[in-house]
Design a protein around this ligand. Structure first.
Ligand code: ZN
Length: 203
């Protein structure tokens, strides 16, 4: 028996790896599903296995969001900016670790390139939904794009000689999550204005 690290009562088939929960074959509800923990590992320090019921509790509390499903199902809940930021940070770190394993990694430029410059190169390497204004966050799942942008961010940073230590990945991740919502608000405002013009109130 491999008991749940939270309740300790039942066999648990959802595995934790960093800020990601991954449903295994024995899970009825989460098999093939990846969930992101918005609190990083904070809510579940040291836990490796969690049962379906306890994962469902984390989902209800807004601490975990499904973002990738093995069969391509759409998430039922909109993914909030904090969850996009956590997806970004998790996958950026995986990319950075892979580069370092192969002897590549951030060097030191003469001066630290600003985040704007890294983001500009990143957007040339990979379509970046946080820099476009033609979508609505609540209706689409941008998790696969977020993973690709996180990788492009690390590659752009390395190419420009940026330092990726300390909280720099977290800063970029937070800005990515916030930018998605800012751009969506702009779009929704424009759409609302358009609707108001076409259908002036009868007063
Ligand atoms: Zn449990």
């Amino acid at each position: 028996m491999c008991p749940c690290g939270v309740c300790g009562d039942v066999d648990a088939w959802v595995y934790r790896s960093g800020a990601v929960l991954h449903g295994g074959y024995g899970s009825t509800r989460y098999d093939t599903t990846h969930l992101i923990l918005t609190d990083g590992e904070g809510a579940l320090p040291g836990l490796e296995r969690i049962c379906d019921t306890c994962v469902a509790g984390l989902e209800e509390d807004g601490k975990a969001y499904p973002y990738l499903m093995g069969f391509g199902e759409k998430p039922k809940a909109a993914i909030p900016p904090a969850a996009y930021a956590a997806i970004f940070a998790h996958h950026a770190r995986i990319t950075l670790e892979a580069l370092r394993r192969h002897g590549a990694g951030p060097g030191r430029a003469g001066s630290e390139p600003p985040l704007d410059r890294i983001e500009a190169l990143r957007a040339d390497l990979e379509h970046d939904p946080s820099r476009t204004r033609s979508f609505r966050v609540g209706q689409l799942n941008f998790a696969p794009e977020t993973i690709r942008v996180a990788r492009a961010h690390v590659l752009a940073s390395v190419a420009l000689g940026a330092n990726l230590d300390g909280g720099r990945i977290d800063d970029a991740a937070r800005r990515y999550g916030e930018a998605i919502v800012e751009n969506v608000s702009l779009l929704e405002g424009l759409l609302d204005d358009l609707v108001a013009q076409d259908h002036p109130s009868d007063g």
